[in-house]
Each structure stands twice: as structure tokens, then as C-alpha cells.
Design a protein around this ligand. Structure first.
Ligand SMILES: Nc1ncnc2c1ncn2[C@@H]1O[C@H](COP(=O)(O)OP(=O)(O)OP(=O)(O)O)[C@@H](O)[C@H]1O
Length: 592
């Protein structure tokens, strides 16, 4: 028989890379997602280039305009100036739109890809990663990348063109004045660069703490009932305040640095302008420079110095975004669940066999030990045993959430791994321990994942079988009533019965109810047991039963202890022959 592998314990380890991430990785990620729109991006860059050249030319025309002022020949210059201003405006509006658009498009594609990838990740991945952290990856980390490519990136591109263009034109206007600027720029850089690095570190810490806040908020909101039940509001509020204050602390440091940095840079800029005016004034007096050239020079100096912070800001932003890239890449590099698309179809489940199956979530600790079991079509099985004995784990293998560590699990005599996952899961109706309803209407929930049309009559009929007809009829919009986020408007028992209907809608061959009766009251529990009796005879059912008051209704009971099936028979047989079963049963009755 084929050896079964896939999602076993060894594959559960996270796929976090241990190499150092850098700018190159960020660029790779961005270019990958920006690639489909690279034509638009290049046009955006070209227009940005044109816009900057135009604004540099505007200064040059202004120089000529001022110098020609005394000669009264400035009319045609005014026309040229107006035309070039309009041209500059059009080019910068279009380039800004195109660069931002390609940024939005790339990040949207990345977000969708990340979303789809997370949907397809295997169950073990979710066992190991916190919900809040994953949601933070989809929302916050992609936003950081979005910020970078939508605004900082285009600002810096414009900045670089402006710096180079201004420098060339300044050199053409006056070499000595340019030298003054070239002395000032490194002084400014000596302040901006180290401060930028400190700002990058602070910003990284803010990002990390914000992700933690996001994660804590998801927990706090989803667990608010538990918090209230435990009267833990005070400590939870304190946790939130501490987290918010951590972010505040870093943000205040950030504000301090930015508040110091900007005035210092302004003073240096003013000093540069002052020196240029004084020295330029002398040159004008000695007729070595025209007034127009001095004005133009000053404007170029500003056009060169102002973008310095956006260019160095890009370096800082790139450093910050590298972290987000690494976290996103770790998710995208994690293998998705192998859906076995080329696997066999499964029309019906006639027989399920566990042949010496062992399974452990970690390879060194087996949870299921030497399971040897055959289940024939149409059997009604109750699976019982102490908490933690491995009941849920056993049925998780049937859903192919995990694969056996060793041994063989076969369906109709063929290894389970030979079947395509969708084909297999479509044949199984699974009502898990934690029944959560999805946001949407009752109908949306009942038809979740269903690919065939299901009539309302059939839905109402199934709802009737679990005793929910009256309840649905009383709802304001019947089947179209919104269940509310996380199904909070629906009681635990109703939720479980809705989940049973949801499982039956797909006409399964095997129905697994994992503690589906745990939160049902006696009447409703009886109803579910009655329902099981009325189900088509060829439907196999495995019910993980906690309350044993209906246990006699099951022709076959599997008793689990410490990951092994130690008892297999009907109630009377087990009561007569199985000591642990007898104790388990009697203990429940003694305690009601
Ligand atoms: N995702 C997981 N990762 C690691 N260990 C797990 C995981 N799920 C369950 N376990 C461990 O496997 C053992 C069996 O758990 P399982 O949920 O199968 O028991 P159970 O019989 O269904 O218990 P209960 O009746 O309390 O639901 C337990 O020791 C549990 O801690």
C-alpha cells in the first residue's frame, strides 16, 4: 500500500526564513506585483521626468524674463512661461496619477494574493499562528508597502530628477555659487541620514507594537464573553492601556526628532540662501551675474535642497518596509494545502479502514496509537472517551486536515491520499466542536461552499428535522435573516443544529458530529438522536458523544483511551466486558 504522508507533523513547522532580508527582497516583491502595469509605471516615471524638467525650465524662463524686463521684450517669454506652466501641470498630474495607480494596483494584487494564500494554508499552519498576527499581515503590512510605493516612491523619484537637474543648471549658471551649495548639502546629509536611521528604528518599533495592538484587539473582541464571565475587564483594560502607551512612547520620540530635525534643516537652508544672496549680490554688483541668474540660482537651490529629505526619507521608508516584506514573504512561502487536484473522484464512501495508524502533532509525541478500525457504509457509531483521548484528532484525519504519521488510512480500499481533497471533503459532512456561523444570512450559512442549487423546500425540510422550522419562521426575514457577526445572535444549540443542516445539505456519505450535542438541552439532544435514526440508511455517521443518556441508541460504540481504541461494541457488550467503559458510564450517571 502507498505510504501516506503530506500534512504530517514534520510539515507543521513554520517556514520562517532565517536569512537576512534586505532592500533587494522588497524590490523583488514590488516589481513582481507591479509587473503587469510596468508600462503605465514607466510612462508615469517619464511624465514625472517631463514635469521636473518643465519646472526647472520655468525657473530658467523666469531668469530670462527678469533679465529682459528692462528691455521691454518680455511678452513672448510670458506666453512661453504660461504654456510651460500648463504643460508642467498636466505632466505632474498625470504622472502622480499613474505612479499612484500602479502602486494601488500592485498592493491590491498583493493583498488579494495574500488573502487567497491564507485561505489555502493547511490547518496545521493555523494551529501555529495567531489570528491577530495573520490579520495584521493582510491589513497593516500591506498598508506599509502601499504607503511606500504610492507616495514616498513617486516623491523620491521626482526628488532625484529635481536634484540632478537643479545641480546641472546651477553649475551652468555659476560654478562658485554651486560650490557653496555643494558644501552645505553634505552638512545637511550628515544630519538627515543618522537622524533618519533613528527614525527608521522608531518607526519599526511603532509598526511592531501596532501589530501587537491589532492582535490583542482581535483577541479582546472575540473573547469578550470570556472576559466578562471572568470579570477580567480591569486587567484587560490595563493591558490595552499599556499597549497603547508603548506605541505612544515611541510616537512621542518620533515627534521630538521630527520637531528638532525640520527647524534645523530650515535654518541651514536659510543660511545657504543668506550666503547665496550676499555672495550673489556682490557678483551682481560686479556684473559677474545678472539679477535674473541670481533669482534662478536661488530657486534651483531650493529645488535641489527641498527634495533631499524625501529622498533620504525613501531610504528610511525602504528600511521600515523590509520588515513587512519579510513577514508577508514568510506567509507566501508557506506551502498551501495540497488539494491533490489530480487525485481520484469519490462518488461514495463504502468503507473506511484504519490500518495500524499512528499520528502525532509533533513527531516525538504520538496522540493516536496503533488505530485498527474498519467502518462500513451505513454504520451509526458513537465515539466516546476521556477528554484528550484523541477523538477529535481521529476524525480530523478523516477530513484530511492531517495525515497519519505512519500506518494506512484507506477509503473503499484505496489510500486516502489518492483522493482529491475537494472530492473527499464534499462526501463528508463535518460538524466541528466549535460551531461558528459565517457573517451573512441563514441561507448563506446553510449553503456555504455548496455548488449545486438547493431549493428552499429542501432547506425547510432539513430545518424541520432538527426542530428549527418555527424558529426560522419567526425570524424577521426567515432564511434571509442576517445571523450577525460570528453568529452571536444565534444560541449555541441553534448554531449546532444549523451546522448539522449545513452538513446535510451537501448530501454526504459520512456525517461526523464532533460533540454536536454537547450544548444541546435534553429535548434537542433527543431530537438530534431521532434525526440520526431518520437519516438515509446508507449514510454513515460518527458522533463524538459526551453525554451518555442516549448512548443505547448507537449500535456501535468506540471507546478511546490515551489515543487507543480499547472498546468496540454496543452498549450492553461494553457494559458487560469493558471495565473502563463501565466506570465511565457509571460515573456520568452517578453525577447525573
Ligand atoms: N492542534 C494541536 N496541536 C498539538 N496538540 C494538539 C492539537 N490538537 C489537540 N492536541 C492534543 O491532542 C490530544 C488529543 O486531543 P483531542 O482534541 O483529539 O482530544 P478529544 O478526545 O477530542 O478531547 P475532548 O473530548 O476534550 O475534545 C490532546 O492532548 C491535545 O492537547
Amino acid at each position: 500500500m502507498a505510504t501516506q504522508s503530506v500534512t504530517s507533523a514534520d510539515n507543521l513547522v513554520d517556514h520562517k526564513s532565517h536569512r537576512k532580508y534586505g532592500t533587494r527582497d522588497l524590490l523583488r516583491l514590488i516589481t513582481h506585483y507591479a509587473h503587469p502595469k510596468k508600462g503605465l509605471f514607466l510612462v508615469g516615471i517619464l511624465l514625472s521626468f517631463v514635469a521636473t524638467i518643465c519646472s526647472l525650465s520655468i525657473t530658467l524662463l523666469l531668469k530670462q524674463f527678469i533679465d529682459a524686463f528692462n528691455h521691454g521684450t518680455s511678452g513672448h517669454l510670458l506666453v512661453q512661461l504660461s504654456l510651460i506652466i500648463v504643460f508642467q501641470l498636466l505632466a505632474s498630474v498625470s504622472s502622480s496619477f499613474l505612479l499612484n495607480y500602479t502602486g494601488v494596483d500592485a498592493v491590491s494584487t498583493l493583498r488579494s494574493k495574500l488573502w487567497e494564500h491564507i485561505v489555502d494554508l493547511p490547518i496545521p499552519y493555523f494551529d501555529q499562528n495567531r489570528t491577530g498576527e495573520l490579520s495584521s499581515r493582510v491589513v497593516n503590512d500591506t498598508s506599509t508597502i502601499f504607503e511606500l510605493i504610492s507616495s514616498q516612491f513617486s516623491n523620491a523619484i521626482n526628488g532625484i530628477i529635481s536634484i540632478i537637474g537643479s545641480l546641472v543648471l546651477m553649475l551652468m549658471l555659476n560654478f562658485k555659487l554651486t560650490i557653496i551649495i555643494l558644501i552645505i548639502v553634505p552638512i545637511m546629509a550628515a544630519i538627515i541620514v543618522p537622524m533618519g536611521q533613528i527614525l527608521a528604528r522608531i518607526s519599526k518599533a511603532i509598526q511592531k507594537e501596532t501589530a501587537n495592538l491589532n492582535s490583542a484587539a482581535v483577541q479582546m473582541i472575540s473573547q469578550n464573553r470570556l472576559v466578562k464571565a471572568m470579570v477580567a475587564e480591569k486587567s484587560l483594560k490595563q493591558q490595552g492601556t499599556d499597549q497603547v502607551n508603548r506605541i505612544k512612547g515611541f510616537s512621542v520620540n518620533q515627534i521630538k526628532l521630527v520637531s528638532i530635525l525640520n527647524p534645523i534643516l530650515n535654518i541651514i537652508l536659510l543660511a545657504a540662501i543668506f550666503i547665496i544672496i550676499v555672495y550673489g549680490g556682490i557678483l551682481v554688483q560686479t556684473k559677474a551675474l545678472t539679477i535674473g541668474s541670481l533669482v534662478a540660482f536661488l530657486m534651483y537651490a531650493v529645488q535641489m535642497i527641498s527634495p533631499l529629505s524625501s529622498v533620504t526619507g525613501l531610504v528610511t521608508a525602504v528600511q521600515q518596509t523590509v520588515g513587512a516584506t519579510e513577514r508577508i514573504d514568510n506567509i507566501l512561502d508557506s506551502p498551501v494545502e495540497d488539494k491533490r487536484v489530480d487525485g481520484k473522484d469519490l462518488a461514495n464512501i463504502d468503507k473506511i479502514s484504519f490500518d495500524h495508524v499512528n499520528f502525532g502533532y509533533q513527531t516525538d509525541k504520538m496522540i493516536l496509537k496503533d488505530i485498527d478500525l474498519t467502518i462500513q457504509q451505513g454504520e451509526r457509531i458513537a465515539l466516546i472517551g476521556e477528554s484528550g483521548s484523541g477523538k477529535t484528532t481521529l476524525v480530523s484525519l478523516l477530513e484530511s486536515y492531517y495525515a497519519p504519521t505512519s500506518g494506512n488510512l484507506t477509503i473503499n480500499g484505496d489510500p486516502m491520499v489518492d483522493f482529491a481533497i475537494p472530492a473527499l471533503r464534499n462526501r463528508i459532512g463535518y460538524v466541528s466542536q466549535e460551531v461558528d456561523l459565517m457573517p451573512g444570512t441563514i441561507r448563506d450559512n446553510l449553503l456555504l461552499g455548496s455548488t449545486t442549487a438547493v431549493s428552499d423546500t429542501h432547506l425547510v425540510d432539513l430545518l424541520g428535522q432538527v426542530g428549527l422550522t418555527a424558529w426560522v419562521q419567526e425570524l424577521p426575514a426567515g432564511l434571509d435573516t442576517d445571523v450577525g457577526e460570528r453568529g452571536l445572535n444565534v444560541s449555541g444549540g441553534q448554531r449546532q443544529r444549523l451546522a448539522i443542516v449545513r452538513a446535510l445539505v451537501r448530501k454526504p456519505s459520512l456525517l461526523i458530529l464532533d460533540e454536536a450535542t454537547a450544548s444541546l438541552d435534553n429535548r434537542n439532544q433527543e431530537r438530534v438522536t431521532e434525526l440520526l435514526a431518520t437519516l438515509p440508511k446508507d449514510l454513515t455517521t460518527i458522533t463524538i458523544v459526551h453525554r451518555l443518556n442516549q448512548i443505547e441508541a448507537y449500535p456501535r460504540i468506540l471507546f478511546m483511551e490515551h489515543g487507543q481504541i480499547t472498546g468496540d461494541g454496543n452498549h450492553d457488550q461494553l457494559l458487560a466486558t469493558h471495565d473502563s467503559y463501565r466506570d465511565f458510564y457509571q460515573l456520568q450517571y452517578r453525577h447525573g
